[in-house]
Design a binder for this molecule. Structure first.
Ligand code: SF4
Length: 349
């Protein structure tokens, strides 16, 4: 086993993947990068990470930040609950740990949004402690390398093998080398086995059983919704509403509106939604356009309408708050991608 660890560590040092979070491997930078990298490719996450670190260089700068600023920095990354959890985690570090980043796994896992994987990544990469961080990539690498076909217990088995590799090698390097191997070489489809630093030990490769040890993830069918939204204009200002914190796209701002009910058309839907959400009646002036967008859990077909108020004063009946803003101010607020696409149509109109 030690030979695998030696070859992995040697290979890791020759690869030089200079990701910005690896510059100094602080627990704070590993925490933020690992949360950003959940469900997100390295290339996509990198500019977000750099911008975040510039704006929020310390745990304290996050803890005292406004959630709107954090969400603005997260805009486009998806799974916005992650930004809420980072805020809660940073506040716990400042208030319950006197501003010191927790050094124990048991303390880390108590922080909001930190599970076994992230706690183990921080323990191993930042503190160089033998905590295997097992994600989908690692499970695949270990299953192939060691010929593990007991997929029900793959996490337990993977932890045992990785912990074994960590006994004589730096846990930080072992975890990162396995992450790099899974991402760059031992890919789900067509692994680059000839370039693999541990191919001579690999059970799947040497027995031509790679397909047998490929962990298949089921792809779920994503639901699609038709959505109607209103650009309500008054005195050169538009009305935006803030989504409730704990739902999908929680805490983001949007144009008021909602999903079409069965047998409902876009216009009827908008009139109904606006009355339910804001307690006003509107007059629809014109159609702005229709955009399509796919989020991680659903896709939408969103049609926007320019409107004005016919009667009533808007109240936030279904949102956290509402606001009248100048169109030039939209860049100050975090909006879902679909709303931004609709704004692009308006800007180019
Ligand atoms: S030899 Fe191929 S299957 Fe085995 S660990 Fe390396 S890349 Fe993965």
């Amino acid at each position: 086993m030690d030979k695998i660890g030696i070859d992995l560590a040697r290979w890791y040092k020759t690869q030089n993947y200079n990701f910005p979070w690896r510059k100094n491997n602080t627990p704070y930078s590993i925490w933020i990068s690992e949360i950003m990298l959940q469900q997100t490719q390295v290339l996509t996450a990198t500019p977000y990470f750099l911008a975040w670190m510039k704006k929020f260089p310390t745990v304290n700068s996050v803890a005292i930040a406004d959630i709107d600023d954090l969400l603005k920095s997260w805009e486009g990354l998806g799974y916005y609950q992650r930004a809420h959890n980072i805020l809660a985690g940073a506040q716990s570090i400042m208030n319950q740990h006197n501003g010191f980043f927790p050094k124990q796994y048991e303390e880390l896992i108590e922080l909001k949004g930190i599970g076994d994987y992230t706690a183990s990544a921080i323990m191993s990469i930042a503190y160089n402690k033998p905590y295997p961080a097992i994600d989908g990539n690692l499970k695949r690498v270990i299953a192939r390398l060691y010929g593990v076909n007991d997929l029900k217990n793959i996490i337990k088995k993977s932890k045992e093998h990785v912990a074994d590799l960590m006994t004589n090698q730096s846990p930080s390097i072992i975890n990162q080398s396995l992450m790099d191997l899974g991402r760059e070489i031992c890919k789900p489809k067509k692994p680059k086995c000839t370039d693999c630093p541990v191919k001579k030990f690999c059970i799947a490769f040497n027995n031509q059983l790679i397909d047998k040890f490929s962990i298949k993830t089921k792809t779920k069918k994503i639901p699609a919704f038709d959505v109607s939204v209103g650009l309500i204009i008054k005195n050169n200002h538009i009305l935006i509403s803030k989504r409730k914190k704990n739902g999908l796209l929680g805490g983001l701002w949007e144009l008021p509106g909602g999903k079409l009910m069965k047998n409902e058309n876009f216009i009827d839907c908008l009139n109904r939604e606006i009355e339910e959400e804001l307690a006003i009646k509107i007059k629809i002036i014109k159609t702005i356009g229709t955009i399509k967008h796919q989020y991680s859990h659903f896709k939408i077909n969103m049609r926007g309408f320019q409107c004005k108020i016919k009667s009533g004063t808007p109240k936030p009946l279904a949102s956290d708050s509402i606001k009248w803003i100048n169109f030039n101010e939209i860049k100050k607020y975090a909006f879902p991608k679909a709303t931004l696409k609709l704004f692009d149509i308006i800007k180019n109109d």
